[in-house]
Design a protein around this ligand. Structure first.
Ligand SMILES: NC(=O)c1ccc[n+]([C@@H]2O[C@H](COP(=O)([O-])OP(=O)(O)OC[C@H]3O[C@@H](n4cnc5c(N)ncnc54)[C@H](O)[C@@H]3O)[C@@H](O)[C@H]2O)c1
Ligand SMILES: N[C@H](CO)Cc1c[nH]c[nH+]1
Ligand SMILES: [Zn+2]
Length: 437
């Protein structure tokens, strides 16, 4: 039997138990933080040599030089050419759907002429520019993620980024052909077989071989997420996209095996993944619990699934579906399935989630691979303030200001008054120089 936690919103200590469920183990966090801090400072100080050592230690992959950890374009193209036709078709179909979704996202530059009588001829605007060089983190410790190659690289290409540097851990040097093929298909420029905090450090600080990037995007485990948080400021980052999460709200009418497998689907990523069911129907919760127990022995990754469900999973009974939505907003999950007959009518009640999967036929797994929207999504409650990875993450905005002579008279007087008020006379006089008395 899976020892998954049971909570009820009527428990007197429900709030405390929910908070505990959502918090990472403090001790584990501190340990990860210390390890990551050490790795970052070593790579910053010693560059390639440190990356090579950590790659040997954590990925059992030895190399004499960083050049041995870089794959050539011809190796990527060969992997694409050698794919079995069904895999190639699936990869191309997914890439096409992801591209078509993201092509709707680019921010456009805009400008307007100030129409004020006393400021005519003044132009204001916003210029949108793609980033020059980005680092794409593709996870690869416990599973391989060709889908994450597409999700990272396609929006970057749609944005017009000049250079894409991909990193992917390759335990024991075993290349996943689909990962390499996806990199070829999506137009990755350089690919290094390194991962974890050492890869994030290499991209953030640059090494003798790996060029420093402007921004690092992509999901990863707790080490990768902690490293991204720490290098923010030296480079940009997209968000905290750590261990996967799924929250299913069910009205008790979906086949319990479907819901159980949806909970497994994210649990199988990582022992630290989080899968939660919220439902008002006691008998239905028992049917899902029974399905979890029945189905677990059939799963090749049952060890990881059990660990995730017992560590951080839960079955939560609520009074009604309104309360379920309230709890979902509190959790702000990466993925939220609304597994209800009238799911569409509940969407408006959800304010915080990375992605919402509407209706019992919309399994989260479809979003992971081929629905079209990005699967790199905010985790750990950061959907309260972050959004899915998108083309906009690879673009930046610059303000445009062109003040006409007429405009400088009016704006100069306003600016000078405020500048004197701030005690900054150079600002005031700079504005006043242009004002004709
Ligand atoms: N949020 C999202 O959008 C999203 C998308 C896909 C995957 N994911 C998540 O990404 C993660 C992938 O994790 P993964 O482990 O398979 O691959 P990963 O590439 O994220 O991590 C592997 C690396 O972790 C480092 N590492 C592992 N144990 C370590 C230790 N004890 N000390 C220091 N470094 C260590 C190693 O350097 C290794 O190369 C999962 O948690 C999955 O749920 C999230
Ligand atoms: N569920 C992951 C995001 O949390 C993405 C993924 C890729 N492959 C399978 N799943
Ligand atoms: Zn997944």
């Amino acid at each position: 039997m899976i020892a998954i936690k049971r909570l009820s919103s009527t428990d007197p200590d429900f709030k405390e138990r929910l908070d505990a469920l959502l918090a990472f183990e403090a001790a584990q966090d501190a340990c990860v933080e210390q390890t990551v801090a050490d790795i970052l400072s070593e790579v910053k100080a010693r560059g390639d040599a440190a990356v090579i050592e950590y790659t040997q230690r954590f990925d059992a992959l030895s190399a004499n030089s960083m050049a041995e950890l870089e794959l050539s374009q011809s190796e990527l193209q060969q992997a694409l050419a050698a794919l079995p036709p069904t895999q190639r078709q699936a990869l191309e179909a997914a890439a096409e759907r992801v591209r078509s979704y993201h092509q709707r996202q680019p921010l456009q530059s805009w400008q307007y002429e100030d129409e004020g009588e006393k400021t005519h001829g003044t132009m204001l605007g916003q210029k949108v520019t793609p980033l020059d060089r980005v680092g794409l983190y593709v996870p690869g410790g416990k599973a391989s993620y060709p889908s994450s190659v597409l999700m990272n690289a396609i929006p970057a290409r749609v944005a017009g980024v000049r250079e894409l540097i991909m990193v992917v851990p390759t335990p024991a040097g075993e290349h996943n052909p689909l990962v390499l093929a996806a990199a070829a298909l999506a137009g990755v420029d350089r690919l290094f077989t390194i991962g974890g905090a050492q890869a994030i450090a290499a991209l953030a600080y640059g090494t003798q071989t790996i060029p420093q990037v402007d921004k690092i995007v992509g999901p990863g485990n707790a080490y990768v997420a902690a490293a991204k948080r720490r290098v923010y400021g030296v480079v940009g980052i997209d968000m905290v996209a750590g261990p996967s999460e799924i929250l299913v709200i069910c009205d008790g009418q979906t086949n319990p095996a479907w819901v159980a497998m949806d909970l497994f689907s994210q649990a199988e990523h990582d022992e630290l993944a989080q899968s939660i069911l919220v439902c008002p129907d006691t008998a239905y919760i028992e049917r899902v619990a029974a399905a979890l127990d029945d189905l677990l022995p059939t799963m090749p990754r049952q060890r990881v699934i059990r660990a995730a469900l017992e560590n951080r999973g839960a079955l939560i009974q609520v009074r009604d579906l309104d309360e379920a939505c309230h709890i979902a907003n509190r959790i702000a999950p990466e993925h939220l399935e609304l597994s209800m007959a009238d799911a569409e009518t509940w969407v408006d009640k959800i304010r915080h989630a990375g992605a919402i999967f509407i209706g019992p036929y919309t399994s989260e797994a479809l979003g992971d691979y081929c629905a079209g929207p990005n699967h790199v999504l905010p985790t750990s409650g950061s959907a309260r303030f972050s959004s899915p990875l998108g083309v906009y993450d690879f673009q930046k905005r610059t303000s445009l200001i062109r003040v006409s002579q007429a405009g400088s008279q009016t704006l100069g007087r306003i600016a000078a008054t405020l500048a004197y008020g701030e005690g900054l006379p150079a600002h005031a006089r700079s504005a006043e120089y242009r004002v004709e008395s």
